[in-house]
Write a protein that binds this ligand. Structure first.
Ligand code: SF4
Length: 694
């Protein structure tokens, strides 16, 4: 029993974990936060929350939080606590010296999907204008960058098509590569409500997730495909729709490029895309594919929801485009109840991408080589800007290992723990002459840092987050920054020390600049957010109240584009040495690498990550439930305890990655998406054997 006493006042803010974007009332007694209550007027959550958000404040006051800046000359020396001016001066002098010696493009930075839109916009501005390079990237690189590329190519904009309310009008739901019950719990509740009302469900996932069968819910079809075969399965669904005459020809003729459609339909009709060929290869019954395709094409409003099980593959972008093809071919775009809906993992993935965090794009997804756009930014920011795309995160690390990239500013991300092939990340970081980490805790990346700048929790921030349905919501300061400076103020200090002045008195002024330079944000301001509660972009002269459902009258790019989605198997193959396929996911009570949730009350629900293994595979290896096992891949090995379950099929194993001891990314490979370099986290050939523990 926890005695909390009566709160004295409350502040409405937005959860900083997943892309649902639940609004909360943070209830305070003096300076102390006593509880978080889901806000009944929150447009994304309507008074609901999950167990992560409910206890999301514990890490803000955790004893391991670092509150003073620290520096050191080299990574083998101990940290030295210093004042802000000294730390910022040390960082800026090192970065300037690196640029003087190795050139302008020898440094760069990484923004975070956990930070606000305003913070992210400032960091990319600092790097483009203050550092003079487009070497800026975001942690969306390792999650939803294929969504950005795939949906921009097919529909013309890098965002989900619907609002969450749309699910209430859906008749057939496809959930592919996502586990909303654990990853997006509050949205999952709305989805389950619709399913209980009679909507049909198709689950495409290697694992028998909770939605496949749980009290009062049973999927009509579960396609338990082998990890790595998404493109083949989605293409086989489309094959059935095309060859059985189930295409919505009126929609396609009116709204899409007809010639491209015909080319696509001819490709799909080829026998190699049929369920009879694809099914056995992907581990799925051909008739189940046919049943799913017919249901989706003829069952009324069809909506597709997907997650990282789609994007984190060598063909992640191809799968996103295959999903878009399926939605267009069946006319499931442009009205409530339909659409293509990426479930974003982190609170502000959408916003980080919108704000120009990619090395090739300014805010609003405009290419840096576009002269008119670049000129507009140059006039406003008063400096010349490069029209050449910069380096992505993996390219920065490659260049560091090769010796041409020497300095990195990382705000709010632990790349050593969250990026693939840990050994390569470590080698890249170790080769740099200046690594600046801005975070709450001394994370794994900080082991390779020369400057540590303490960051703020969302409770100490003013700003906005944009959730998975493009909804921009206010984040309000609940308590003063414990380290003395808001994160955006730290970026201003670093910019000034680098010789580039930025002048803002409050994050609202940063949003005013975002609105000025970003067409889809033109109508957004803090005043309007206060009046309306939240705004879904695009919000501009054409849509002054925002846009819950996109592409109603036409696609942003004009005609919808059908793309031929040839299935190319991943290079990561099973064989005698590594006969099993490992895939990964999350559990309800924990968030990503657990840096925050492991420092809250949530820790009681999840003390370790385990390896799910099918009873046959366990028996063959002499493994009992709870035994320590060795998990080995071509990249490395780690130790976990076994959880024997038929939730996974024979030949497939699964783990979560919330604890640093799990070292999941020691196992993962170097393969990545062909278009965006998003790592192929979801497919790793492994061997499992008994072990005595770590
Ligand atoms: Fe809502 Fe996601 Fe936060 Fe849970 S973690 S409270 S679903 S925003």
């Amino acid at each position: 029993v926890i005695e909390i006493g009566q709160p004295e006042h409350s502040v409405v803010t937005t959860c900083a974990y997943c892309g649902v974007g639940c609004a909360f009332k943070a209830e305070m007694r003096g300076d102390e936060l006593v509880r978080m209550v889901p806000y009944k007027d929150g447009k994304a959550n309507r008074g609901h929350s999950c167990v992560k958000g409910r206890f999301a404040w514990g890490y803000a006051t955790h004893k391991e939080r670092i509150l003073s800046p620290m520096i050191r000359d080299s990574i083998d020396q101990p940290w030295r606590e210093v004042g802000w001016q000294e730390a910022i001066g040390f960082a800026a002098n090192r970065l300037k010296a690196i640029q003087a010696r190795y050139g302008r493009d020898s440094i760069g930075g990484i923004t975070s999907s956990r930070c606000t839109n305003e913070e992210t916009f400032l960091v990319q501005k600092l790097i483009r204008a203050g550092f003079g390079t487009n070497n800026v990237d975001t942690c969306a690189r390792v999650c939803h960058s294929p969504t950005g590329y795939g949906l921009k190519t097919t529909f013309g904009t890098s965002a989900g098509t619907q609002d969450f309310d749309s699910v209430e009008h859906t008749d057939v739901v496809v959930v592919i590569g996502a586990n909303p019950t654990d990853g997006h719990p509050v949205f999952a509740s709305r989805l389950k409500k619709r399913l209980r009302q009679g909507a049909k469900l198709i689950v495409i996932d290697p694992r028998r997730i909770d939605l496949v069968k749980s009290p009062h819910i049973k999927a009509e079809v579960h396609l338990p495909l082998l990890p790595g075969t998404n493109v083949a399965i989605v293409t086989a669904l489309a094959h059935v729709i095309v060859t059985e005459g189930l295409v919505d020809e009126v929609f396609v003729r009116e709204r899409c490029d007809w010639a491209e459609f015909q080319e696509w339909a001819a490709f799909l009709s080829e026998p190699r895309n049929s369920p009879d060929i694809v099914g056995p290869m992907a581990g799925v019954e051909p008739d189940a594919i046919r049943h799913a395709a017919r249901l989706f094409a003829t069952g009324g409003n069809g909506a597709i929801y997907y997650g990282l099980g789609v994007t984190e593959h060598s063909q992640g972008t191809t799968t996103v485009m295959a999903i878009a093809n399926l939605a267009m071919a069946t006319g499931n775009i442009g009205r409530p109840g339909v659409g293509v809906n990426p479930l974003r993992g982190q609170n502000n993935v959408q916003g980080a991408c919108d704000m120009g965090s990619f090395p090739h794009e300014f805010s609003g997804y405009r290419h840096v080589s576009d002269d008119a756009t670049r000129q507009m930014f140059e006039e406003l920011w008063g400096v010349p800007l490069s029209g050449d795309p910069g380096l992505r995160i993996p390219n920065m690390l490659d260049a560091a290992v090769d010796g041409s990239f020497k300095g990195l500013y990382v705000q709010g991300e632990d790349i050593l723990q969250s990026d693939p092939n840990t050994h390569h990340v470590a080698a890249g970081l170790a080769a740099m002459e200046c690594v600046i980490v801005q975070d709450l805790f001394l994370n794994e990346t900080a082991n390779y840092a020369h400057v540590f700048l303490p960051g703020c929790t969302f409770l100490e921030k003013d700003g906005t987050f944009t959730n998975a349905e493009r909804r921009i919501q206010r984040v309000r300061r609940v308590m003063a920054p414990k380290n003395g400076y808001a994160d955006w103020e730290v970026t201003l200090l670093l910019a000034r020390a680098m010789g580039f002045e930025m002048d803002y008195a409050h994050p609202s002024q940063i949003m005013d600049e975002i609105a000025k330079v970003t067409p889809s944000f033109k109508g957004v301001s803090y005043q309007r957010l206060e009046e309306m509660g939240s705004i879904q972009w695009p919000c501009n002269d054409k849509a002054p109240l925002g846009t819950p459902v996109m592409h109603i009258d036409g696609f942003v790019r004009g005609k919808g584009k059908f793309v031929i989605t040839e299935y190319i198997p991943t290079e990561e193959r099973t064989g005698a040495r590594f006969p099993l396929l490992l895939t990964t996911g999350r559990i309800l009570s924990q968030y990503n690498v657990g840096a925050q949730t492991r420092r809250t009350a949530n820790v009681v629900w999840h003390e370790e990550d385990r390896l799910e293994i099918h009873p046959h595979d366990a028996e063959n290896r002499g493994i009992c439930d709870g035994d320590w096992i060795k998990l080995q891949s071509r990249s490395g090995e780690t130790a976990l305890r076994a959880l024997i379950t038929d939730r996974v099929a024979p030949g497939v194993v699964y783990t979560t990655f919330h604890h640093p001891d799990t070292q999941a990314n020691v196992i993962t490979t170097d393969y990545s998406d062909w278009a965006t370099n998003c790592p192929e986290y979801k497919v790793t050939a492994v061997q499992v054997s008994p072990s005595n523990g770590p």
